[in-house]
Design a protein around this ligand. Structure first.
Ligand code: FAD
Ligand code: N01
Length: 563
């Protein structure tokens, strides 16, 4: 239990609604769990506030059928404790949601972290007081917490996109969202089901729902590229082999563009013959996983190279899907990887089933959801169940949902009105002592996110420790550093094809959202190097203020031992 809560309990029945910590962290997914561990190691008092009634973040909320990771589990896991790495046995190449949640619960228990996590607590607002150099954080539990440091581990994909389909509230049957799936098992046996959306979540759910449903209609607005996952059980021998050189694997991740254990290609797709290219793609297709995008170095740099890779996937779709018309609708037109790529476990094959119908929303858009079903310009299909797999207000959604106010009461939502602006995706000018995990402007969603999360939290913790050691009350990004980083980020994005379609990376999935390409595309190794240089050069780009304010966090030694 967090110290603040303990203090409240001790207060003889009277609810003490306020508490002071060195650090308040929001969100108890991978980010919040590791923050609790790392901050305690530093000797700081920290509380992790989580809106849900359980820990796990993404893996708490997304319980839809088929949910699993698509970065290999041996990599999509913490590296801070070798004991943990060695003792935990993943059962499959890509673990399922229940297994990942079990893992996170194991981590919380093993390191006794639950006492620093407060569940059922949503942060509604946070404001920075310039006189005291403190953040005041207000929750939906009526609590007011203060802390000099405020860390947002609120997730890049944690706020479902508002439903923008007319009439969705009118549907009289069962309606589910993949992003907030119920805890109890949902049985689709013998039911008429409609799924709206064909992104990663839908791709995983559709094959499983199709096995049970009487009929399944899939409403597709944009076709998605998926390469085979090639999932398999992890045998003892494989686990042993990987564990015998876990450090080596982690080092290789640090050298890879996406922070995964894949060799970085040096060859251009354009310097080989079409036959050789096809043979390489075939090899990668058989291996399964994101290795496909590492066949050549220029698949996201050159339109010509990308076109050939895209066409290879389309040719595979035509081979798998028997009805040529359906295969054509399922064949994406945008550059591959411009929207996040997916891994396929039986998705394309599902469209060969008698009970599955693909609806092309490009030619027959949805007009409305009715009480009975979905009306398009072509027909009105009746359903028992509707599944909305329509995605997230990504990267900024959870942050701007809170009313966060920095210097002079400026709201972060206002500052980011034309798109998010940060330095390194870690901090933003005008908001001292506020740090983001995997924030916009960092490689984040383009990487193995657990690796990025650990890196960010280590970096942030070191920065806080450094500020405290030097007696600084505040650490704050300079506007010049932020602006230079944003320029650099835009420049590297411009050299790729990532920005060339309507993706959630660009905010294009949310009506009215500013269009700014949010992740940093310069690659994980270059980013790690930049972050190390910044720290080595005395946190270049940050200003440290020495003013220990009258009402501020007492002395540094008091801060280190908690309050
Ligand atoms: P989250 O896990 O999103 O946790 C954030 C938490 O903050 C949530 O529990 C939320 O309730 C809480 N929160 C937010 N706002 C507030 C508030 N105001 N007050 C209190 N609590 C709040 N990434 C990969 O690298 N590989 C994968 O294979 C992969 N698979 C994914 C599969 C799915 C279905 C989804 C949706 C995402 C996937 N991701 C994957 C991305 C995934 O989100 C990250 O890998 C990682 O789990 C993020 O952890 P986090 O702790 O930063 O955020
Ligand atoms: O969401 P999405 P997601 N009418 O935004 C459609 C991670 N993840 O939850 O593309 C009709 O990708 C929308 O159509 P369009 C991963 O990073 C990972 O699936 O906008 N359709 C799209 O097809 C992923 O990228 C895994 O034209 C509408 C779909 O809904 C991210 O989370 C698993 C619509 C939304 O797709 C998000 O994935 C799951 C409308 N009004 C998630 N609005 C792994 O496998 C939206 N759509 C690891």
């Amino acid at each position: 239990m967090p110290r603040g809560v303990l203090a409240r309990k001790k207060f003889k029945g009277k609810k003490m609604k306020s508490a002071h910590y060195n650090v308040v962290v929001v969100g108890a997914g991978f980010s919040g769990i590791y923050s609790a561990y790392r901050l305690r190691k530093l000797g700081l008092s920290a509380v992790v506030l989580e809106a849900a009634d359980g820990i796990g973040g993404t893996w708490y909320w997304n319980r839809y059928p088929g949910a699993r990771c698509d970065i290999p589990s041996m990599e999509y896991s913490f590296q801070f404790s070798d004991e943990l790495q060695q003792e935990w046995n993943w059962s499959e190449r890509y673990a399922t949601q229940p297994e990942i949640l079990k893992y996170l619960e194991h981590v919380a228990d093993k390191f006794d972290l639950r006492r620093d996590i407060q569940l059922n607590t949503r942060v509604e607002s946070a404001s920075y007081d310039e006189a005291t150099s403190l953040w005041t954080i207000k929750t939906n539990q009526g609590q007011t917490l203060t802390a000099p440091y405020f860390i947002l581990g609120t997730g890049s994909l944690s706020v479902p996109k508002d439903i923008d389909i007319p009439g969705a509230n009118n549907f009289a049957g069962r309606i589910f969202r993949t992003s907030t799936w119920p805890k109890e098992e949902i049985d689709f046996t013998g039911r008429r089901v409609g799924v709206i959306g064909t992104g990663s979540s839908a791709l995983q759910a559709i094959p499983i729902i199709a096995e049970k449903a009487k009929s399944l209609h899939v409403y597709q607005r944009t076709a998605t590229y998926a390469v085979p996952a090639n999932n398999y059980p992890l045998e003892e021998e494989t686990l042993k082999k990987i564990k015998s050189d876990y450090a080596g694997l982690r080092e290789r991740e640090r050298q890879n563009y996406f922070a995964v254990d894949l060799p970085s290609p040096t060859q251009s797709a354009l310097e080989v013959s079409p036959e050789e290219r096809a043979s390489r793609y075939e090899e990668k297709w058989q291996e399964g996983g994101f290795g496909f995008m590492f066949a050549y170095y220029d698949l996201v740099l050159s339109k010509e190279a990308n076109d050939a890779a895209s066409e290879f996937v389309r040719s595979k779709i035509r081979q798998i899907v028997k009805d040529p018309k359906v295969a054509e609708i399922l064949s994406p037109k945008q550059p591959i990887s411009c929207k996040r790529m997916c891994l396929d476990i039986g998705y394309y094959e599902t469209f060969n089933r008698e009970n599955v119908t693909l609806v092309d929303l490009q030619s027959t858009p949805i007009l409305e959801v009715t009480e009975q079903g979905v009306r398009t310009t072509a027909d009105h299909i009746q359903f028992d169940d509707l599944v909305l797999a329509t995605g997230f207000d990504a990267m900024t959604g959870a942050i701007v949902k809170m009313d966060i106010r920095g210097r002079e009461g400026v709201a972060l939502k206002e500052k980011w009105g034309n798109g998010p602006s940060t330095y390194l995706g870690i901090a933003t000018a005008g908001f001292p002592n506020l740090f983001m995990v995997n924030g916009p402007g960092s490689p984040s969603v383009l990487t193995n996110m657990v690796a990025s999360i650990e890196h960010h939290i280590d970096w942030i913790s070191d920065c806080i420790a450094s500020a405290m050691k030097t007696g600084s009350a505040t650490v704050e990004v300079t506007p010049a550093a932020e602006s230079a980083w944003m320029d650099h980020s835009a420049m590297v994005t411009g050299a790729t094809l990532f920005h060339s379609c309507n993706s959630w990376y660009l905010g294009a999935n949310v009506p009215g959202k500013a269009r700014v390409f949010m992740p940093y595309v310069g690659g994980y190794p270059a980013y790690l190097q930049k972050c190390s240089e910044v720290a080595r050069n005395g946190y270049e780009g940050f200003s440290f203020s020495l003013s220990p304010k009258k009402f501020g966090p007492k002395t540094n030694s008091e801060m280190f031992t908690g309050v």
